[in-house]
Design a binder for this molecule. Structure first.
Ligand SMILES: [Zn+2]
Length: 318
């Protein structure tokens, strides 16, 4: 039945006179079709040799297939799992659309645009964005080296899409009620070394504190590194407490650099991030880390193909 229908369709298609624009459309459509088996094979390969995600036991045996993926049963805890268990991609459907969807992430398409291109519903497109982006964004350097620039950028807190607002809505994005950086602002800390390795941290609301710097930076700074920041007191205190060599540039006094001591690389990252965000017309605070992680992947050009992105999202969970 299925074969017959295809033959009929094919006969119709080959008998139809196609204009050059129609040919292009047909070619693009065929190029966009992915074999669902391709996605499944990538997932299985990325998770190969993975221990039980529930108890980390390596003793397991195979127990059939579900939705095209091998199921395993753990001999330690007795629970079953597949290659996606414990990853943000677990239980997402329509795997034949995943690779084309990830291509949309690589092209920074909007939710609506990605839905149109891949043929999924807009709510699915939004949900997938916030599974695939943070999934792959766990692919991040574990440490930085040499001279490390650190600086924060602040964004007015946003409850976009929230059903239960904790304050009256602002009109047209609006402005903070008070001047300066305060609890109405989300803080995004970015640290970047001179070979371009970059880490982003959403530290919450309000100006950065020495304690937050300690939590974010202490684990990723090498003991022989040089931290460079603006003149904010939090950095001075953190560097002294953590015994890390520190230089600051007095940006407020108009001194942007003295020799190699500057934070222009990290500030360049901030401005690329802000320009990139414009297309999304405002992002909710609770998703800010997903967007900065997504932009970090694009900016680093570390994951260039949908297949690499998918493997990163599956593999990093281990
Ligand atoms: Zn187990």
């Amino acid at each position: 039945m299925h074969g017959l229908r295809f033959e009929e369709l094919f006969a119709l298609l080959t008998s139809a006179p196609l204009s050059s624009t129609e040919l292009v459309r047909l070619r693009n459509w065929i190029d966009g079709i992915r074999d669902p088996a391709e996605c499944l094979a990538l997932i299985e390969a990325a998770a190969a040799g993975r221990p039980c995600p529930h108890c980390a036991c390596a003793r397991l045996h195979r127990c059939g297939f579900a939705s095209g993926l091998q199921r395993y049963r753990c001999l330690g805890c007795g629970r079953s799992f597949n290659a996606l268990t414990g990853t943000p991609l677990a239980r997402l459907r329509k795997r034949e659309c995943w690779l084309p969807y990830i291509q949309c992430l690589l092209e920074s398409r909007t939710v609506r645009d990605a839905a149109l291109v891949t043929g999924v519903h807009r709510t699915t497109s939004f949900r997938w964005r916030h599974r695939f982006a943070p999934g792959a964004a766990r692919h991040r350097p574990s440490t930085l080296s040499g001279m490390i620039e650190a600086d924060e950028t602040y964004r007015l807190e946003s409850q976009k899409g929230s059903r239960n607002m904790t304050r009256p809505p602002r009109r047209r994005g609006g402005a903070a009620r008070r001047r300066g950086i305060n609890r109405e602002h989300d803080c995004l800390l970015v640290a970047r070394d001179r070979v371009g390795m970059t880490l982003d941290f959403h530290t919450g609301r309000g100006p950065i504190t020495a304690a937050q710097l300690h939590t974010c930076l202490q684990p990723v700074l090498p003991s022989d590194g040089l931290l460079i920041s603006d003149g904010a007191a939090a950095y001075v205190r953190f560097a002294a407490d953590a015994a890390i060599t520190h230089e600051s540039v007095n940006v407020r006094a108009g001194r942007r650099a003295h020799g190699a001591i500057h934070i222009q690389n990290v500030n360049g990252w901030h401005s690329r991030f802000k320009n990139w965000l414009v297309r999304f017309k405002g992002v909710a605070s609770r998703y800010l880390a997903n967007y900065s992680g997504w932009q970090r992947l694009l900016d680093a050009k570390a994951l260039r193909t949908p297949a690499q992105w998918l493997c990163a999202a599956v593999r990093q969970a281990q």
